[in-house]
Ligand binder design. Structure first.
Ligand code: DX5
Ligand code: ZN
Length: 218
């Protein structure tokens, strides 16, 4: 499993005043994805960035831009985030009544489609959309802020989602409170993409942090 684990630092914990430089630093530091948290002040109690910032970040890295939309309704914004240069666009299962339609729209825009589940949402929400999903994101904190405590209650869900995925080519991403202490737990449960905000950005040496998180999963 160790060779297949991808590290996706969340730029929510970066210095927004030096965003281009921060993105280049995690790129050079060996990240696999750049995770971008988009919050609308409605679906979650915080407001962060829009498609203009994704477009501004794009020229600073060739790594995969993993865009996590905490936005409701989300369908009106999918095209703008696709045009901004996103590679993976993830929507929340709770963001609207038509998850199937949103996923279809993302793929029609030529992007990989992801579904995120809040801590209180059952994995059953995935059952009838598995053929339209490239990535499943299990939230291990309530979305809205970086630096929150990892919710142990979600480990069982990660395990169940991994079973549901079976041999389908779907990545299983975990987001919230992932650091050197929790990384191995989620990988053992079946995760293969780890988002980490504070775990990467709270120390000065991003390459070292990324390497340590990766090593913790060995
Ligand atoms: C929370 C975001 C996460 C968050 C992770 O709503 O989706 O990506 O920034 O940050 P840490 O790793 O600090 O919990
Ligand atoms: Zn996120």
């Amino acid at each position: 499993m160790v060779n297949t684990v991808k590290i996706a630092p969340s730029i929510l914990s970066a210095d927004f005043a030096r965003l281009g430089e921060e993105v280049r630093a995690i790129d050079k530091g060996g990240c696999d994805y750049v995770h971008i948290d988009v919050m609308d002040g409605h679906f979650v109690p915080n407001i962060t960035i829009g498609p203009g910032v994704v477009a501004a970040v794009r020229p600073h890295t060739n790594k995969i831009l993993d865009v996590h939309l905490m936005v409701s309704p989300v369908d009106p914004y999918l095209e703008a985030f696709a045009k901004a240069g996103s590679d993976i666009i993830t929507v929340h299962a709770e963001a609207g009544p038509h998850l199937d339609r949103s996923l279809q729209a993302i793929r029609e825009l030529g992007k990989k489609a992801g579904v995120a589940l809040n801590p209180s949402t059952s994995e059953a929400a995935l059952q009838y959309v598995l053929d339209k999903v490239d990535q499943i994101l299990v939230m291990t904190v309530n979305p809205g802020f970086g630096g929150q405590k990892f919710l142990d209650s979600q480990v069982d869900k990660i395990r169940r989602v991994r079973q549901m995925i079976g041999d389908r080519p779907i990545d299983l991403e975990v987001d919230g409170g992932v650091d050197t202490r929790t990384a191995n737990t989620v990988v053992q449960a079946g995760a293969n993409v780890l988002v980490s905000g504070n775990g990467v950005f709270s120390g000065g040496n991003y390459a070292k942090r990324i390497k340590e998180i990766r090593a913790a999963t060995a």
